[in-house]
Ligand binder design. Structure first.
Ligand SMILES: NC(=O)c1ccc[n+]([C@@H]2O[C@H](COP(=O)([O-])OP(=O)(O)OC[C@H]3O[C@@H](n4cnc5c(N)ncnc54)[C@H](OP(=O)(O)O)[C@@H]3O)[C@@H](O)[C@H]2O)c1
Length: 316
């Protein structure tokens, strides 16, 4: 089979197309003939060797859609140890979920990893409600464009952050009441102005100063749910939380994957919403298997919105 491999860590250029053996599935794994593979921001960190450092040579890629070799069923699957940027993948059977007929391959891929993240950050941890004033960081991105819609669906008032005029317009088109430049030097003031009040719930996938400024801007009893890799370096003093009477919650998708029923019911719910057009999944870029480098460069340079997919059967 053909795969986009990395043999060293570094910039987007490290991918090279190679002919390699198909993966040999373990007893709990399935063989999937892949149609599309997803690109996730975490793959950028893995490619740089700064997150879940993979053993080299490696095939990155954490989500695929395709057909089970055993019976031809169309499934979407998450891959916890990579292997997505290839024509054949071997996900654990419990992570392969049937895609219903009304849902396209693109929609299934867009709402699985990123949709589960958006859902659990908003609902399970954030306990979003109609009275909430919500900030969604990277509001036009893979997780963010779904979170904006799900927050609106819950009846909340929503402000999205995004770095360009067109991304901000897109977030508003999705239902955000307002959009703020993510490069604004004082995000706290900017979101308070946009909402008319202090936010009660922040979804942060960016970290760093974005996390710090938005946490400081929270209304009393507000909470921030942090899920991006950039948030991991932040240190929060418990004393500060008590003084402000705010909360910081953290999310990792692995905790959902540890519970098969939670994972499958969540996937079914998201497919249901996508299939009925209630959750609009956007494909922000479609690339042949020979252009994984370009997909990574586009994602990293903040040019993209929505979900990026690799068509592994296309070579040009
Ligand atoms: N915890 C979990 O289990 C879990 C699961 C899935 C995803 N995630 C995390 O969720 C976040 C979003 O993932 P995604 O795949 O949906 O990516 P994405 O949102 O499509 O892309 C990342 C976005 O982050 C924004 N950004 C802010 N600062 C940036 C910087 N210095 N460099 C590049 N981009 C920057 C950009 O939006 P603007 O240009 O508009 O600011 C960019 O489009 C990532 O941090 C990812 O690791 C976590």
């Amino acid at each position: 089979m053909l795969a986009a491999m990395i043999t060293s860590f570094g910039g987007p250029h490290v991918f090279a197309l190679d002919e390699v053996h198909e993966p040999v599935p373990g007893p709990d794994a399935a063989v999937v003939d892949v149609t599309l593979a997803g690109v996730n921001y975490a793959d950028v960190a893995r490619r740089r060797g700064v997150y879940e450092k993979p053993e080299l040579p490696a095939i990155l890629g954490a989500d695929v859609v395709g057909h089970l070799r055993s019976d031809g069923r169309r499934v979407a699957a998450l891959l916890r140890t990579g292997g997505g940027y290839a024509q054949v993948a071997a996900p654990l059977r419990r992570y392969a979920v049937d895609v219903p007929p009304g849902v396209t391959d693109e929609q299934a891929l867009a709402v699985l990893e990123q949709g589960l993240t958006a859902w659990h950050c908003l609902q399970t941890l954030g306990r979003v409600g109609g009275d909430d004033l919500v900030v969604v960081t990277a509001g036009a991105g893979g997780v963010g464009h779904l979170a904006v819609q799900l927050a609106r669906w819950a009846g909340a008032r929503v402000v999205a952050l995004a770095s360009s005029e067109s991304k901000r317009a897109y977030a508003v088109e999705l239902g955000a009441h307002a959009a703020v430049d993510s490069n604004h030097p004082d995000l706290g003031t900017a979101v308070r102005q946009a909402l008319g009040e202090a936010p009660t719930l922040v979804l942060d996938g960016v970290g760093g100063r974005t996390f710090e400024q938005l946490r400081a801007a929270l209304a009393p009893f507000g909470r921030v749910v942090t899920y991006g890799e950039g948030g991991s370096g932040a240190v929060v003093a418990v004393e500060d939380l008590m003084t402000a009477s705010t909360g910081v919650l953290g999310f990792r998708l692995q905790r959902v994957l540890d519970d098969e029923e939670l994972y499958r019911s969540g996937a079914a719910r998201l497919f249901h919403l996508a299939g009925r057009g209630l959750l609009r999944a956007r494909i922000g870029g479609r690339y042949p298997l020979t252009a994984v480098s370009r997909a990574h460069a586009d994602l990293e340079s903040r040019r993209t919105s929505g979900k990026l997919v690799i068509d592994v059967r296309k070579l040009h």
